[in-house]
Design a protein around this ligand. Structure first.
Ligand SMILES: [Zn+2]
Length: 268
């Protein structure tokens, strides 16, 4: 969803902007823990002043305020774009792949199956949805970073593994020529479900903050039991799978990718 905001700047210019409204955490079990927060910059084209708009969404509530309380600020009612949430953006190939994966998962989960089959079905779908997120996160990096000298530089300067590699002066020009190849190889090997690594990477390279994605850390953890032991923990016990939770996971996955797509438009 989007929200129109209006700031009466200290230069008296009226600044009209549109900000993104994050989805609540669908995996939360109460109103309070469903909180999703988002900050967005709105800029006055007349005097150049930068404002930060804060948007907080829970299941039932929306809060929005401005970092500067000395100026006038107002906002409207959040609205959905006419087209469905994800299709409003230009469909890159990787986005199409992701949409197909989660849409299929959603269709499969709604099939009528007996109780003994359902556990296995949810285990498979869980692994599939996490893999869809992982695939999307990897494809965006591969495509966007390699295309842009600026983003390659940001990655080199911020990544602790890549940036700390040493080189000798005599290899300087040689290394400079193959920097694209070095980065491609590095991203190719990077495991994109390591969220503790990928979250800061997105922040430093694209300036995209995933926000609180504890649900994703937990989903990746559960994924190991799903894909390596077919839904059993190392102690031999069954993992807990629940149809509603898997549906909520799909919604969270879509919400995260929708937010990234929205914020990537500012990088382009
Ligand atoms: Zn101004």
């Amino acid at each position: 969803m989007l929200l129109d905001v209006r700031i009466i700047c200290s230069c008296v210019n009226h600044v009209d902007g549109t900000v993104y409204v994050p989805h609540p955490n669908y995996l939360a079990d109460n109103e309070e823990s469903s909180l999703s927060e988002h900050w967005e910059d709105v800029w006055c084209s007349s005097c150049g002043k930068d404002y930060k708009v804060y948007i907080a969404k829970t299941f039932n509530n929306l809060k929005c305020h401005l970092n500067d309380t000395s100026v006038g600020f107002d906002y409207g009612t959040p609205y959905e774009n006419e087209e469905s949430a994800l299709s409003q953006y230009n469909l890159d190939e990787y986005l199409e792949v992701f949409s197909n994966q989660v849409n299929s998962a959603e269709k499969i989960i709604n099939l009528d199956v007996s109780e003994d089959i359902e556990f296995n079905l949810l285990v498979m779908i869980h692994g599939h949805v996490v893999a869809a997120i992982e695939g999307y996160l990897a494809s965006v990096c591969m495509k966007k970073i390699i295309e842009s000298d600026d983003l390659m530089r940001k990655l080199l300067e911020s990544d602790p593994d890549l940036g700390s590699r040493t080189l000798t002066l005599k290899s300087l020009y040689q290394e400079k020529d193959k920097v694209e190849e070095t980065i491609t190889k590095y991203l190719d090997k990077l495991i994109f479900h390591k969220i503790d690594k990928v979250k800061p990477l997105y922040k430093s390279v694209f300036d995209i903050d995933f926000g609180n994605v504890r649900w994703l850390f937990l989903a990746v953890k559960l994924r190991h039991d799903c894909v390596h032991r077919g839904g059993y923990k190392t102690n031999g016990k069954k993992v807990e799978m629940d149809r509603d939770c898997t549906i909520a996971l799909i919604k969270n996955a879509r919400a995260l990718i929708e937010k990234i797509e929205y914020l990537l438009k500012e990088v382009d």
